[in-house]
Design a protein. Structure first.
Length: 437
């Protein structure tokens, strides 16, 4: 099963300059927009295996009718693609989505239309992480209470309805918002060039200066000891840390993943640490065989990966034995809700079989998803999107459709920890290990 997109692909994207600004203000005739909506709806209803699991068909049709009725002779492409995202996101499927995440929309957004600060959500609150051009009046760490007079809680709730996520899980929506926050806000406020914010510590609203230049910050902090997709580190003689940021290894590339795992666990076996931390934060998923391969290296008993699966994955419905060099110490898997697709499969099986202690926040994916997507392109506007075609469920009991995988121990990063480069979840895990010892 393919991931929606890998972090590596996003990082490559961020090296590009946004293009084709004229597209965002282009106006199509209303009938062309409505024809494209009908095409989207037909492709969802005819291809998706369970489109109305998280929204009723009646509610879905009402949303479609509302969006059609809002179209006028002045509706721009930018407004239309924003409305279309809400229609597709409403079915609660992370693999039925625009390509990819918010890149299609971000790539046509003029710099002077962006919300002119870097912001992120921590918990359910919106904070300034870099005021950028507005640093004279605002500071890192201030909470944004309102934007253009509107409460940020309402803003976030509304924007989340446009973000694609399995079962509409908040962890996934929060992660995606944080990657593209200033472009999500730009579309939400209809590409205005006027922003005023009310922030903590300030009595009055602050009028923001708009950007003249912008570049996305790297998703992996330059201070992170692992700058690659796959890393093995030894925190000390007692604890190893394995970072797996993606399972996106298919075909011949699957050998890259398997060779890394084989080499890493051979080194772990030789050095004999009592504890292993597996870090899957930011892992958007990928090849289920890669997820199963890693799982078989921390398993202490046989397991079956799939209960329901896509063609080509039949082998994962058979019992899988732990590999000969499987780790036999204490395993801790850390996540922050930014996991997706087969990373959720990995989490569900690790938790259900007690292969590891899960530490962090609620997952952004789960034991069930819809994959095997089919690519589409709207005939009139050219919007590219995907619709899932198959159901994939892992072989677990006790987990509920539409609910995240709960950590055994909750640890979440605060805005202060983020600004001070404190890795809250990893530090919590190390403290737990030290207390145990």
């Amino acid at each position: 099963m393919r991931a929606f997109i890998t972090i590596a692909a996003l990082l490559c994207f961020f090296a590009y300059t946004p293009v084709n600004f004229a597209t965002i203000n282009k106006i199509y005739d209303p009938e062309s927009y409505r024809e494209d909506i009908d095409q989207l709806v037909t492709s969802v209803k005819e291809n998706h295996p369970r489109p109305f699991m998280f929204i009723s068909e009646k509610e879905f049709n009402q949303l479609v009718d509302t969006k059609k009725n809002e179209i006028t002779s002045k509706t721009t492409y930018g407004q239309f693609i924003w409305d279309m995202s809400e229609i597709l996101a409403s079915i609660g499927c992370g693999h039925s989505s625009f390509r990819y995440y918010f890149i299609q929309e971000d790539n046509i957004l003029p710099t002077n239309s962006r919300f002119p600060m870097d912001v992120k959500v921590f918990g359910d609150r919106l904070y300034i992480t870099d005021p950028l051009i507005n640093s004279k009046n605002l500071s890192k760490g201030q909470e944004i209470l309102t934007i253009n007079g509107k409460d940020t809680q309402v803003i976030l709730s509304d924007i989340y309805t446009h973000i694609f996520a399995d079962a509409n899980l908040k962890g996934s929506k929060r992660f995606n918002f944080n990657v593209f926050a200033n472009s999500y806000l730009a579309y939400y406020f209809d590409l205005t060039n006027t922003y005023s914010v009310k922030v903590s510590g300030n009595k009055d609203e602050v009028r923001l200066t708009m950007l003249t230049d912008y570049k996305h910050k790297p998703m992996i902090s330059p201070k992170d000891g692992c700058q690659d997709q796959l890393c093995l580190e030894f925190i000390n003689s007692n604890t190893a840390k394995l970072t797996v940021r993606t399972f996106n290894y298919y075909g011949e590339r699957s050998k890259i993943f398997e060779e890394f795992i084989d080499k890493s666990f051979a080194e772990i076996k030789a050095r004999k640490p009592q504890n292993l931390i597996v870090d899957i934060r930011g892992n958007g998923g990928g090849n289920s065989f890669s997820a199963a391969y890693l799982l078989a290296h921390i398993a202490d008993k046989e397991f079956i990966f799939y209960k329901e699966y896509a063609p080509g994955a039949e082998r994962l419905k058979q019992p899988i034995e732990p590999y000969p060099n499987a780790y036999h110490g204490d395993v801790y898997v850390i996540t922050d809700g930014s996991d997706g697709s087969s990373a959720g499969f990995f989490l569900s099986l690790a938790k259900s079989n007690s292969f590891a202690v899960i530490i962090g926040d609620d997952s952004g994916s789960s034991f069930s998803t819809n994959a095997g997507y089919k690519d589409h392109e709207l005939r009139n506007t050219g919007i590219k999107y995907r619709v899932s075609t198959v159901i994939m469920d892992t072989n677990v009991d006790g987990l509920i459709y539409g609910k995240p995988i709960k950590p055994d121990y909750r640890a979440v990063q605060s805005i202060d920890d983020y600004l001070n480069n404190k890795d809250t979840i990893l530090d919590f895990t190390i403290q737990m290990i030290n207390s145990k010892n």
